[in-house]
Design a protein around this ligand. Structure first.
Ligand code: PEP
Ligand code: CO
Length: 451
């Protein structure tokens, strides 16, 4: 095993480090055949785009922007459709409008999309009624169905994940650059079932104000048709860089700068289970120039937080690192301030963001894994309080959501009750906010930012 820091980085130097959460591929040759294909495919994103995101995040780290990162817990091969991508995009655009209008700073939009397929698991084995099978690790690895064939890791899935990511990204680029994200269409983003909720009505009122502002600008002689900032948005992609074989296969050297980029997404993040300072995930991501996110749960120490920053960003480039606090509503008040304080003292320029979902998951008596909207909001309030107490800008939120009318998280203005979880519980992994809950969250966060 190598020591972090005293060796030359290469796209495969992570192989000398201990890599947690990797599948047990049954056949190395089969894996190699799939990786060989992925290595020859075109990059999904471009280095210049990743640099644009770094620049936008640098502004966030200085309080001149807010990061909105959102999307599925796990994308799926089965639930892949143009409608579901469009509806997710609608909700994210709505949330961004609510945030930008209230705060007056740009919202940096990053999807958990076009590559968010692989999941870390708390146990490698799942047991049901005495039968033990490998856990589901996401559609890049195996199938959700509980039978031995389905759960066998199958590397041809890597190739399929690449193609679905490419198709998803193609649609996102068309939606965000081809007229759909035009501010003049702000009303059209309100999904029908959202429109009748309190958050949806609040959104309609906001959209009417934006209409008035646009008419005012037109009357002043500004040509709204040619103003690209009103007609297009920048939308970036992100996923957890968990499956290192796949990430390595999409890592390319940028011909302009000579630097390495992981071209599977604009931003890659490291999860709570793989953020070990001497582990393979940190090693791999230390060498690519993309912006990197790191989840920090309640067991993270101030030394962990600062050590991770040192290792991933020794040159202290602003916009390179996003730290996501994911403590749980009951723990954040105690656990987060020492981390912010230590990073602040170290002088590392990071974006502090809050994932208010993953520390608040519990199993309801009906057997469904869920989260309560009130806990999510309570954690967000704790995050804002902690940032303000130490004197750093609360730079963003990172949430799991869908554009559909699912019943996966409890609570919200049109309250989802425990006995309704079974009605539309569609996630393959963690419970997501439905579009009403997500929009409501954005309005409440906008208020916290303004206060
Ligand atoms: C996730 O973001 O889906 C996830 C698994 O998060 P964490 O690593 O924070 O548990
Ligand atoms: Co999740």
């Amino acid at each position: 095993m190598s020591e972090p820091g005293n060796h030359d980085w290469t796209p495969d130097s992570w192989r000398d480090f201990s890599a947690a959460q990797q599948p047990d591929w049954p056949d190395e040759k089969e894996l190699e055949r799939s990786l060989d294909q992925v290595r020859k495919f075109p990059p999904l994103v471009f280095a210049g785009e990743a640099r644009d995101l770094t620049q936008a995040l640098a502004a966030v780290s200085e309080g001149q922007g807010f990061l909105l990162q959102a999307g599925d817990c796990a994308e799926s091969f089965d639930a892949f459709s143009a409608d579901s991508i469009r509806d997710k995009l609608k909700v994210i655009l709505q949330m961004a409008v609510a945030l930008t209008y209230s705060t007056g700073v740009p919202t940096v939009k990053v999807g958990r999309i076009a590559g968010q397929f692989t999941k870390p698991r708390s146990s490698p084995i799942e047991e049901r009624n005495g039968v033990e099978l490998p856990s589901f690790r996401g559609d890049t690895v195996n199938d959700f169905a509980f039978d031995a064939d389905a759960r066998r890791p199958d590397p041809t899935r890597l190739v399929r994940a690449y193609h679905q990511s490419a198709a998803t990204l193609n649609l996102i680029r068309a939606f965000t650059k081809g007229g759909f994200a035009d501010l003049a269409k702000v009303h059209a983003w309100n999904l029908e079932f959202v429109g009748r909720s309190p958050a949806g009505r609040r959104y309609e009122a906001l959209a009417a104000e934006i209409d008035r502002a646009l008419r005012f600008m037109a009357a002043c002689g500004i040509d709204l048709e040619t103003e690209s900032h009103l007609r297009q948005v920048d939308f970036f992609t992100a996923h957890e860089a968990l499956l290192l074989d796949y990430e390595e296969a999409l890592t390319r050297r940028d011909s302009l700068s000579g630097d390495w980029y992981d071209c599977s997404a604009h931003l890659l993040w490291i999860g709570e289970r793989t953020r070990m300072i001497d582990g393979a995930h940190i090693e791999f991501l230390a060498g690519v120039e993309n912006p990197i996110g790191v989840k920090l749960g309640p067991t993270a120490t101030p030394d962990d937080a600062v050590g991770i920053c040192e290792r991933l960003n020794p040159n202290r480039r602003p916009g390179r690192i996003v730290l996501y606090s994911r403590m749980g509503a009951d723990k954040i008040d105690i656990a987060l301030p020492p981390l912010i304080d230590a990073v602040q003292r170290s002088g590392h320029p990071v974006v502090w963001a809050c994932d208010p979902m993953h520390g608040n998951t519990f199993v309801h008596s009906s057997g469904y894994k869920t989260r309560h909207f009130d806990d999510v909001m309570r954690e967000l309030r704790g995050f804002f309080a902690a940032c303000r107490a130490v004197g750093v800008w609360p730079g963003g939120v990172h949430v799991e959501l869908t554009g559909e009318d699912v019943t996966e998280c409890l609570g919200g203005a049109e309250e989802v009750l425990g006995d309704q979880l079974e009605q539309r519980y569609e996630t393959m992994c963690d419970p997501r906010l439905n579009a009403q809950q997500a929009l409501d969250l954005a309005f409440q966060v906008a208020e916290m930012l303004r206060d």
